[in-house]
Design a protein around this ligand. Sequence first.
Ligand SMILES: [Zn+2]
Ligand SMILES: [Zn+2]
Length: 246
Amino acid sequence: MSFLIHEVVYFGRCLPFMIMDKIPYFRQYKIQEQKMPTLAEQWACARLVLLSHFTVELPQIWLFHPMAQYFGLSTSVPFPHWYTMAWQIALFFVLEDAWHYWFHRALHTPRLYKMIHKLHHQYSAPFGLAAEYASPLETMILAFGTVGIPIVFCAFTKNLHVITMYTWIVGRLFQAIDAHSGYEFPWSLHHFLPFWAGADHHDVHHEKFLGNYASSFRWWDAVMNTEAGSASGAAKRAKAAAVKEE
Ligand SMILES: [Zn+2]
Ligand SMILES: [Zn+2]
């Protein structure tokens, strides 16, 4: 059931972007306009993603249920209050983002990059399907932020419902696919929530290979001075260099 939800959400969410690729009107919102993914590229990507879903993610999802129940995940009525769901999901977004920032940054050290992370960077102009295009080891390391953190939370608090867990995972999947979509719209969320990362944040990461390591928010890269591409990041680094020279 969990596996099925994941597949439907993943490919379902990618579909609108694949359709947009075929409609010239949407070209104006494409971040790296000159690089359109070809159908062959998308198909090759989908094949590897599917393979990884069945060989890496399916066994993990299988293990997830008994493990979560062991740690006290609630699967029965009453359903949690919307307020409880909201603060728990917000907390997971913040914690996952921190996990992602540090492990993703570590994956960019030369050895780990070559061994593990290079595959994910095959597409310098990402598209939705590329979100989970990664080596099995990377999938396991980064997925811990999405799945492991709530389990640890549940082990300590004994206060987590499976509905909250599903909603969180769907939200996180949407976030990851949108970040890789290659499209930036005037109505994109980060125009209203300036600390939300959005597509343009992660797109630059794929284009430049350096900086912008966080997943959902902009604060870690801002505080740790690892922003890529943006004028503010460049200005900050120039200022830091000037201070060093003095
Ligand atoms: Zn990377
Ligand atoms: Zn990526």
